[in-house]
Write a protein of this length. Structure first.
Length: 239
């Protein structure tokens, strides 16, 4: 197996471009193939490249955390998903359709969990950027002000959701058709399945922060909100 290369492409990827990755893409080549397959092109779901270098978020999220979180956890969900869907109709569907088709179906829980975790992690990497945080762009700030009263109130709701999610899960800024709101989900659950449009997310599984912050989840969450959160990505998703 080759090691996974990280690509240093700057800028914001179009959501569909990175979420619906299919065989034959550059990311597939970067994977160097999946265990159990003889050709990389046989893998239906590929691990998208990180949108920045593995050490780009240091010291808020260290390269060591990234190497495990992206290189082992995210990559592992991709590998597991491809094993689970081999020989089914799912490889032709694309990630979002797999998630929609398996959500809430007990006998398909393993496929749902791995597919949703692939999607959630790709979305999370893009919800962060080196030199993030600060003031949202004006168009997003106007939406936040209308729904929360202020950027600070929105930030506090995100921090509260992230720190009070019991056990593993995610905190999200979403659009619900009327405005913006904050929700939290457990384990692999994603707002995609409840008709909400995700704008950004924070991973609060322990693997996201334990190497850098141990049990201090609030310190991780506040550092992410202050220094890494990618408001431009959120605005792109709100459009
Ligand atoms: Mn994670």
């Amino acid at each position: 197996m080759h090691t996974i290369e990280t690509m240093h492409s700057p800028g914001i990827l179009n959501r569909r471009d990175f979420l619906i990755a299919t065989a034959g893409t550059v990311a597939c080549l970067a994977m160097g193939g999946f265990p159990g397959t003889s050709h990389a092109a046989e893998a239906a779901i590929v691990l998208p490249p990180l949108p920045y270098a593995e050490n780009a978020l240091d010291p808020v999220i260290t390269a060591r955390t990234m190497s495990f979180h992206y290189g082992k956890h995210h990559s592992g969900y991709v590998t597991n998903l491809n094993k689970l869907i081999a020989g089914t109709e799912y490889p032709e569907m694309g990630l979002e359709k797999i998630i929609a088709d398996t959500a809430g179906v007990p006998e398909k829980a393993a496929i749902f969990n791995n597919a949703a975790q692939v999607w959630n992690h790709t979305f999370y990497w893009n919800s962060l950027k080196p030199g993030g945080g600060g003031e949202p762009p004006a168009a997003l700030k106007a939406m936040i002000d209308a729904s929360f009263g202020s950027v600070d109130a929105c930030r506090k709701e995100l921090a509260t959701a992230a720190t009070t999610q019991f056990g593993s899960g995610w905190a999200w800024l979403v659009a619900d058709g009327k405005g913006l709101k904050v929700v939290k989900t457990g384990n692999a659950e994603t707002p995609l399945t409840t008709g909400l449009k995700p704008l950004l997310t924070i991973d609060v599984w322990e693997h996201a922060y334990y190497l850098d912050y141990q049990n201090r989840r609030a310190d991780y969450v506040n550092a992410v909100l202050d220094k890494l959160i990618n408001w431009e990505f959120a605005l792109q998703n709100a459009g």
